[in-house]
Write a protein that binds this ligand. Structure first.
Ligand code: NAG
Ligand code: NAG
Ligand code: NAG
Length: 406
């Protein structure tokens, strides 16, 4: 792999240098064949591969070169020393379709930095020290295929960071140390196919997704939340699929889904859930399908109200209370609820279906008395709680799966 990569790199380099010599070097001594006044010379520290393709990969380059031809469609400033992108930084390059700003020492993007680029399709900003996405940083980008912001040091997305940005296929924020999603982080962003968020999110403010209208897939995974608070999804409208997965969701508070509107599929899969104060999806939420699958719940839900067309509740692990009819569980809203969901506690019946645990009466006959049963159940949930206070969520998920499976 390595030698062929090196060879390819060498070939690219030779081609680049040759192209540079032809376009920029030779052009200086001969008169260029076509319309010389429309072809500015290649700026210092850049390689002009053609009229449309320019590569400026030199750390000696400070800032966006101003002397580039307006015909450039592909520009790479990787490894340049850009530091701050001012507003309208590229407005002299209206034909740009692909812009690569990887490893360019970028620390700040001023509002409307990318304004005036109606044809831009791909924007890459990766491996930079960029620590925040400020309000309106990406405003005025339309019909762009991808904004790739992975492998930066983005810890916070300010409110309105993507405001005024429409018809985007992908916004990727993978591999950034984002811990909090602030209110209105995605306000003013319309019709995006997918937003990729990093793992390890620790808090989502109320109305974090308010003003995000029209998203194909919003997947929130590998989070470590104390709670899903009231109004988390208020103002999020028109969603193809909203998925909360592989996370510690903490407590689902009253009103967590209040104000969420028009969702084709809402999934909560393979999460650890401490408790459900209320799980309420009413008609006004207009959720088509709700799937609650493979979750581990440490306490039985207190209140559940699902006005949803299709409901799937299966593969979940719930506390089994001795002598209590599993169909009395507020989640018992599907025909096969007792067969398709399992006991997480007490120990004796862990892993058995709710139906079989109830019909065998195993939990009751096996234990000496009420107080002993209560202690056993409390002990089991203490083990689980303890497992989840450790910082490594993945590890504890594995431990929990082991507990549940054993
Ligand atoms: C990156 O920018 C900082 C100032 O923000 C500067 O001190 C540093 O020398 C730059 N590094 C490179 C590799 O250009
Ligand atoms: C972007 O796409 C939308 C929908 O496809 C279209 O209505 C709009 O005119 C396009 N805008 C630009 C600037 O190309
Ligand atoms: C349903 O949502 C709409 C739009 O947000 C709101 O105006 C209306 O009051 C809501 N209805 C109920 C019953 O909550």
């Amino acid at each position: 792999m390595a030698p062929s990569f090196q060879l390819r790199w060498l070939v690219q380099w030779v081609v680049s240098v040759a192209a540079w010599a032809v376009l920029c070097g030779a052009g200086a001594s001969h008169s260029p064949p076509l319309m010389p006044s429309l072809a500015p010379p290649c700026p210092a520290h850049c390689i002009c591969l053609s009229q449309s393709q320019v590569v400026c990969n030199s750390a000696q380059l400070r800032g966006v070169p101003s002397a580039l031809s307006p015909t450039v469609t592909q520009l790479s400033l990787s490894r340049a020393d850009l530091r701050v992108l001012r507003s309208d930084a590229f407005s002299h390059l209206r034909q740009l379709r692909r812009l690569v700003l990887d490893a360019c020492n970028l620390t700040k993007i001023r509002p409307f930095a990318f304004r005036g680029l109606p044809r831009l399709r791909e924007l890459y900003i990766q491996h930079t020290p960029l620590a925040t996405v400020d309000a309106f940083a990406f405003a005025a980008l339309q019909n762009i295929t991808s904004i790739v912001l992975s492998h930066n040091r983005i810890a916070q997305i300010e409110s309105y960071a993507f405001a005024g940005t429409n018809f985007i296929k992908l916004i990727s924020l993978r591999n950034n140390p984002i811990k909090r999603i602030l209110a209105h982080a995605f306000s003013g962003l319309n019709d995006v196919t997918q937003i990729e968020l990093p793992s390890g999110i620790r808090s989502i403010e109320p109305q974090a997704f308010a003003g995000l209208e029209g998203i194909g897939t919003l997947e929130l995974a590998y989070m470590d939340l104390p709670a899903l608070v009231q109004d988390t999804f208020r103002g999020l409208t028109r969603v193809g699929r909203l998925a909360l997965r592989e996370s510690d969701l903490g407590v689902i508070r009253v009103g967590a889904f209040d104000g969420l509107q028009r969702v084709d599929i809402l999934e909560m899969c393979n999460n650890k859930i401490d408790g459900i104060e209320e799980l309420s999806l009413v008609q006004n939420n207009s959720v088509g399908t709700f799937k609650l699958m493979g979750n581990h719940m440490l306490e039985s839900p207190e209140a559940v109200e699902l006005e949803v067309e299709n409901i799937v509740i299966s593969g979940n692990h719930l506390p089994c209370e001795c002598g209590r009819d599993p169909l009395a569980n507020p989640l018992a809203l599907t025909p096969d609820f007792a067969e398709e969901n399992f006991c997480i506690s007490p120990l004796k019946v862990r892993g058995r279906s709710l139906a079989s645990a109830a019909s065998a009466g195993a939990a009751c006959r096996g234990d000496a008395g009420g107080s002993a049963r209560a202690r056993a159940a409390a002990g089991a949930s203490a083990i689980l709680r303890h497992a989840f206070t450790s910082p490594h969520l993945a590890l504890t998920m594995t431990a929990l799966a082991f507990f549940a499976g054993s």
